[in-house]
Design a binder for this molecule. Structure first.
Ligand SMILES: [Zn+2]
Length: 475
């Protein structure tokens, strides 16, 4: 379906009431999803951002410049696209080293590549190196909000939070918990797992005005005892605003094993529900092999699904029931699921979301919506991020499709639908010229290194003292 364009009226409410002297005007072609099939569209647009990183006004520059005559800080991106930052609902920090390791189904792939890679995070120096690489790569790929699995290691998880705090990423993250059917090097006592998770949550949830949020993260039912799952449910309920993040029904073999491990449960979804894990702020990655009853439960409990089509393609896990999910009304967005997904850039995931639906056409506008506003809505963060509106925090990207081969040179002069189509079918990290979180540049293509250094220094002063001095001293 062709996307409808909504040209916003410039009434005083939409312009906000910040003092002009505090504002920066970012000029460009501003496109921001307003729903699955609609977006706001301002060619020669302007976004006014205050010193705190909040959007004060947005609309055609020809009109805004009248209201904000005294604005001196003007950043003109010309015809380049300004879009909301991308929201990745599911990926694994330690697995970035394992992208492209092919040749196994889910469970074999975990045993051969992933579990050994995660076991290395006992080494804090390795954990710091990979976390730094990971969070820099996220913003390089345009992801401003990410829901992240770490490993079972509390120290490595602490390091991950510290790096995200200093780099400027917005994350929902948690220490992985596993106390069953895992290699000895990744198996832990359930009480210790819960205790360490609680400590990390108390320490990091809500850091920097809510930029860092905590997710209790049992890996999946197969690597969890009933004791761990029920303990997670109890713990989660003690911390309002935190998240529950796990995997659900990714693979047929996994579903059969879960049935054997939890014979009293009606379904895989019921395993989680019976342990108190289906509720607002729960995130279930994959969620492919579900029946109508499962979907209804997920909708009624306001649970959210992370659709990971690139990963599902790679591991031949099956096709996400996108139409049914929409019909039942379960919230969902996109996840790269690195490293089963082969890349961090959500433009590629948008393309795969379209390719994985054999009989369904998903418009480029809807694909962009899935990777931005839909994800923010699923995470209950849409009051802050996911689209560009006055009052929201200015998480946005500067996109130049001309940086990639095979995109026609005059693409930015074409219709917005054509630009979006190029973006979702041909886009990758090369298109991202700059990434802003809360109005602050966390990546710029020409000054990426300089910017990273600046961020590191700025963030360091904000960080609480290190729990693990050995890790804090490593660089
Ligand atoms: Zn995953």
């Amino acid at each position: 379906m062709r996307a409808a364009k909504i040209f916003q009226s410039l009434d005083s409410d939409s312009l906000g009431s910040k003092q002009p002297g505090e504002l920066t005007a970012y000029l460009g072609h501003i496109v921001s999803p307003t729903g699955p099939e609609s977006y706001s569209d301002f060619r020669c647009g302007a976004m006014l951002v205050d010193a705190a990183g909040t959007i004060a006004g947005i609309g055609p520059w020809s009109q805004l410049r009248q209201k904000y005559r005294s604005v001196r800080r003007i950043v003109d991106f010309g015809k380049r696209l300004l879009i909301p930052g991308l929201v990745d609902m599911h990926l694994h920090l330690p697995q970035i080293t394992q992208i492209g390791r092919s040749g196994q189904s889910l469970l074999g792939w975990l045993e051969e590549y992933i579990f050994p890679a995660e076991a290395r995070f006992l080494d804090s120096a390795h954990a710091l190196r990979v976390a730094t690489w990971f969070f820099d790569e996220l913003v390089r790929n345009g992801t401003t909000t990410a829901c992240v699995f770490t490993t079972i290691h509390a120290e490595a998880s602490e390091i991950a939070f510290r790096v995200a705090a200093s780099r400027g990423n917005r994350v929902i993250m948690g220490k992985v918990m596993m106390d069953a059917n895992a290699p000895e090097s990744l198996s832990e006592d359930s009480s210790l797992a819960l205790h360490q998770s609680e400590e990390l949550c108390r320490r990091w949830h809500g850091h920097d005005g809510g930029r860092l949020l905590y997710a209790f993260t049992p890996r999946f039912a197969l690597t969890s005892s009933s004791n761990l799952l029920s303990g997670t449910g109890s713990l989660w309920s003690k911390f309002p605003g935190t998240y529950l993040h796990t995997h659900l029904a990714e693979n047929q073999e996994e579903v059969l094993l879960v049935k054997r491990q939890f014979p009293g449960s009606r379904s895989y979804t019921d395993v989680y529900q019976s342990h108190g894990l289906l509720a607002r702020n729960s995130i279930f990655a994959h969620s492919i092999h579900l029946d109508q009853h499962d979907l209804t439960c997920l909708a009624e409990t306001k649970s959210a699904l992370a659709h990971c089509p690139s990963s599902n393609f790679f591991l031949k896990s099956g096709a996400f029931p996108y139409e049914q999910v929409k019909q039942v009304g379960v919230s969902c967005g996109l996840g790269s699921d690195v490293a089963a997904g082969p890349g961090l850039c959500l433009f590629g995931v948008m393309k795969d979301a379209a390719y994985m639906q054999a009989d369904l056409w998903i418009s480029p506008a809807e694909l962009l919506y899935l990777g931005t506003l839909a994800g923010a809505r699923a995470l209950n963060l849409d009051q802050k991020v996911g689209s560009l509106l006055p009052g929201k925090e200015a998480d946005f990207l500067v996109i130049n499709p001309g940086r990639k081969s095979c995109i026609q040179a005059d693409i930015l002069d074409r219709t917005t639908d054509e630009i979006l189509s190029s973006l979702v079918y041909l886009g990758d990290d090369r298109l991202v010229e700059a990434t802003y979180v809360r109005g602050r540049a966390v990546y710029q293509v020409d000054e990426g290194h300089v910017e990273s250094q600046r961020q590191r220094k700025a963030g360091a002063a904000d960080m609480p003292p290190a729990v693990y001095p050995t890790a804090a001293g490593l660089k």
